[in-house]
Design a protein around this ligand. Structure first.
Ligand SMILES: Cc1ncc(COP(=O)(O)O)c(C=O)c1O
Length: 380
């Protein structure tokens, strides 16, 4: 028997304490008890993001929040700059197209981070773009973009241009790339390092972003961010919220406060180093060598090994679910998710299971060397 282990870049494992908080009898979302939960979640989210203003809770997955950000700040005919270095970077352009917004795309080769020169060039070419949209970590390629520096460049060249950061797979794995002076809209999603089920997005807006929202003609009833803000000031959400997940968020935030944000970031760095060291010792080509993100590690298996066959061997032989590739890398890579409620021994488990499975598929692997490379990071 092997236990089922979920090491995917979303959804992620949920701690027992959070599950227990969510299994309490259903609260009515207009009740005083739930309003207290919501207030506490607002305070907790402000602390977690280091954000002064109250973030907005949306009952949708991350893509819904990305769409909400553009719907509330852009009108048909506007232009946005997008950093397209993977599946999620491309998503900005797809959303923009549906909203009749033009996208000026910075094309980034898969596996690489956007360069500051590319950002400067795009802002020079589209200085009147409404927004600059980027992922902090591009989950499909496991790259961490240098977002802090990029946003400072954008703000220096075009102070009115909104900066929209998809922090869905980076939130709580690495610090936010700056405060409301350089980040105008920051998006987090529940099913990642927040250790919650899918279905809740958190959107934080700067004063500049709120001014843009107020001056943009409304196009959506459900995703009306200023309406949500008004509701929150009255202690409620406009529509039926993802109330169970909001209750779970409060339990998760208690755990984050106990561990401390800096330690959470250090833990994710360590998990990433362990995964990379183990994979290299197996002869795998680890992605994003120059700019790996701390939430997920991707790799090409050794030559002659089929990625999907390896992944399914790890699942069927050892109970560990890993993620495959997306888009152009579907069937070619494997991704080990290590965000949220994941500890070093679980990453070591994934590394061990991969080396056993590789050996069963005929690869020559020195398992002792692999484990010692991974654990070496833990003891260093
Ligand atoms: C960086 C990033 N952005 C956006 C999304 C889309 O989120 P969802 O699948 O929750 O709509 C994901 C999901 O994996 C992601 O990793």
């Amino acid at each position: 028997m092997y236990k089922d282990r979920l090491l995917t870049p979303g959804p992620t494992p949920i701690p027992q304490r959070v599950l227990q908080a969510m299994e309490l009898p259903m609260l009515h979302h207009r009740s005083d008890v739930f309003k207290r939960e919501l207030k506490s979640a607002c305070e907790g989210a402000k602390w977690m993001l280091g954000w002064e203003d109250t973030p907005i809770f949306l009952a949708c997955s991350g893509t819904g929040a990305m769409e909400a950000a553009l719907l509330n700040t852009c009108s048909p005919g506007d232009t946005i700059i997008t950093v397209n270095g993977g599946v999620f970077g491309a998503r900005w352009g797809k959303i923009a197209e549906r909203l009749q917004v033009k996208s000026h795309e910075i094309e980034v080769p898969w596996g690489e981070a956007v360069s500051i020169e590319q950002v400067q060039k795009a802002v020079r070419e589209a200085p009147h773009a409404k927004a600059f949209c980027v992922q902090h970590s591009e989950t499909s390629t496991t790259v961490l973009h240098p977002v802090g520096q990029a946003l400072r460049e954008v703000k220096a060249a075009a102070p009115q241009m909104l900066t929209i950061v998809d922090g869905i797979s980076s939130c709580l794995t690495t610090p936010m790339p700056g405060g409301a002076d350089i980040v105008d809209i920051y998006i987090a999603g529940s099913q990642k390092a927040l250790m919650l089920p899918p279905g809740l997005s958190i959107v934080a807006l700067s004063p500049l972003a709120w001014r843009a929202v107020e001056s943009t003609p409304k196009r959506s009833l459900y995703f009306d961010l200023s309406g949500e803000r008004k509701s929150l000031l009255g202690g409620e959400t406009s529509w039926t919220p993802a109330s169970t997940i909001i209750v779970g968020l409060n339990a998760a935030i208690e755990m984050f406060r106990a561990e401390g944000l800096d330690q959470i970031y250090r833990r994710h760095e360590l998990l990433s180093r362990m995964a990379r060291a183990g994979l290299r010792a197996m002869g795998c080509e680890v992605l994003a060598a120059e700019a790996p993100c701390p939430s997920v590690t991707g790799f090409f298996p050794p030559a002659g090994i089929d990625a999907d066959a390896l992944r399914s061997a790890v699942r069927s032989q050892h109970g560990i679910r890993l993620a495959g590739g997306q888009g152009a890398w579907k069937g070619k890579i494997i991704r080990i998710g290590h965000m949220g409620y994941v500890d070093p021994f679980e990453v070591n488990d994934a590394v061990a299971a991969l080396s056993l499975a590789l050996r069963s598929m005929g690869a020559r692997i020195d398992i002792g060397e692999v484990i010692s490379a991974s654990l070496g990071e833990l003891s260093s």
